[in-house]
Design a protein around this ligand. Structure first.
Ligand code: PLP
Length: 394
């Protein structure tokens, strides 16, 4: 039977699958999840296949590796099989979606929050040259989406609504279902960026009627770089024709037909060119572990650890730039202390691995392989360093 993540023995079992946790206090899974030991085995398997099978590998599994990897992710996202295609990263996946639409007519508005991850802004800004109008919705509260204002901005002129399910700076969870409901009422489509949620926060994208979802694998999925994913609602997928397209999206790629593409069915019709095979091999290890434990069990453990962290940070008098109620918060806690960047550097130097974001604070992200003792150690060290910084400033 696959171990869960409730008892100390089960936690120890999973910790033994992630070598880095024996070398430091690894609390940075919102940025780069720990590497599973098995990822190295999968990479060796890739190298061995390349070395021994050469070009025959394409027809012995490599050509289908995108579809197979997407299918491993499907239960984590709460979608059916054969709806997820694999890409290098979120930007590429968003670009493919954006290229399915036109921006010259009355429906040309793209509505985004000012709390989005920057590359979502950068990419869609580029579509102004094709006629797109970008409407940014400001949030007075930097921790939460201003839902009322956001819903108001979505209207009959709106074509796309890119929205993070979990905000990268504050870990605030957005009300995706309310946004999808409003968008559909006015004929717009929602692209959920689930990067900061997948593997940490349960989601049921098909039941939520999400049109599109994008994300990557380096964070809570522990899948490493180069394995971005794109989900498209099955009934919508059949009607879309991406302009950003390559030979892997052709119905019969090995005919090498020139001229306009004849689109394959989903998910391949959203693929570009040659799949990113080594990244897809290595990503599998993290997906398998996340799926084996189950996202609801990971979430339950994450809530226990983040609650402990929040209580300790509040007891120390630190400001939290993260929602304190569980249902509003993803897997990270953002602690704002004076000289945050320097304090984060010192934490890292002393073996507590976190990161710092300007305007937010120190991001601390326990995952299922972390322990209560590690939270205690991190907070104790944080207090010591903050106190030291305060003394220095006197
Ligand atoms: C919510 C969110 N979206 C997108 C990205 C970047 O994605 P990519 O590098 O795969 O384009 C990040 C990275 O931190 C993120 O947190």
């Amino acid at each position: 039977m696959t171990p869960g993540i409730a008892s100390p023995a089960e936690i120890d079992h999973w910790r033994s699958e992630f070598p880095i946790v024996n070398t430091c206090t690894y609390l940075v899974s919102h940025s780069l999840g720990a590497m599973p030991r098995k990822a190295a085995d999968y990479l060796r398997e890739f190298a061995e296949t390349w070395s021994t099978r050469g070009v025959r590998a394409w027809h012995e599994g490599w050509w289908e590796v995108g579809r197979d990897t997407g299918n491993l992710l499907a239960p984590v996202l709460g979608v059916r099989t054969n709806t997820v295609s694999m890409h290098q990263n979120v930007t590429v996946a968003q670009g493919i979606i954006a290229s399915c639409f036109t921006y010259g007519g009355p429906r040309r508005k793209i509505v985004m929050s000012d709390l989005e991850f920057p590359s979502n802004h950068y990419l869609f800004e580029g579509f102004r040259r094709y006629g797109a109008e970008i409407a940014y919705v400001p949030s007075a509260d930097p921790v939460r989406l201003d839902l009322e204002r956001f819903l108001e901005a979505i209207d009959e002129q709106t074509v796309l609504v890119p929205l993070s399910l979990v905000l990268f700076k504050s870990a605030g969870i957005t009300d995706a279902r309310a946004v999808i409901e409003k968008a559909h009422r006015v004929g717009a489509h929602v692209i959920l960026d689930v990067y900061q949620g997948a593997g940490a926060v349960p989601m049921n994208l098909e039941a939520w009627e999400a049109d599109f979802a994008v994300g990557g694998s380096v964070k809570w999925l522990c899948g490493g770089p180069g394995a971005g994913y794109l989900y498209v609602r099955p009934d919508l997928a059949a009607t879309l024709e991406p302009a950003l397209v390559g030979w892997a999206a052709h119905d019969s790629p090995f005919d090498f037909a020139t001229g306009p593409v004849r689109y394959a069915g989903a998910p391949e019709r959203f693929q570009s060119g040659t799949p990113n095979v080594p990244s897809l091999y290595s990503a599998r290890a993290g997906y398998e572990i996340v799926a084996a434990i189950g996202v609801p069990a990971i979430r339950a453990r994450s809530l226990r650890l983040t609650r402990k962290l929040i209580d300790a940070a509040q007891a120390a008098g630190y400001r939290l730039n993260t929602p304190t109620s569980d249902h509003e918060r993803g897997g990270s806690v953002i602690i704002d202390v004076p000289n945050g960047a320097a304090v984060a550097d010192e934490l890292i130097r002393r073996g507590v691995i976190v990161d710092y974001r300007p305007g937010a604070g120190i991001r601390v992200a326990p995952h299922f392989y972390n322990t209560e003792a590690e939270i205690d150690h991190a907070v104790e060290l944080l207090r010591e360093i903050v106190e030291g910084e305060a003394i220095k400033a006197r």
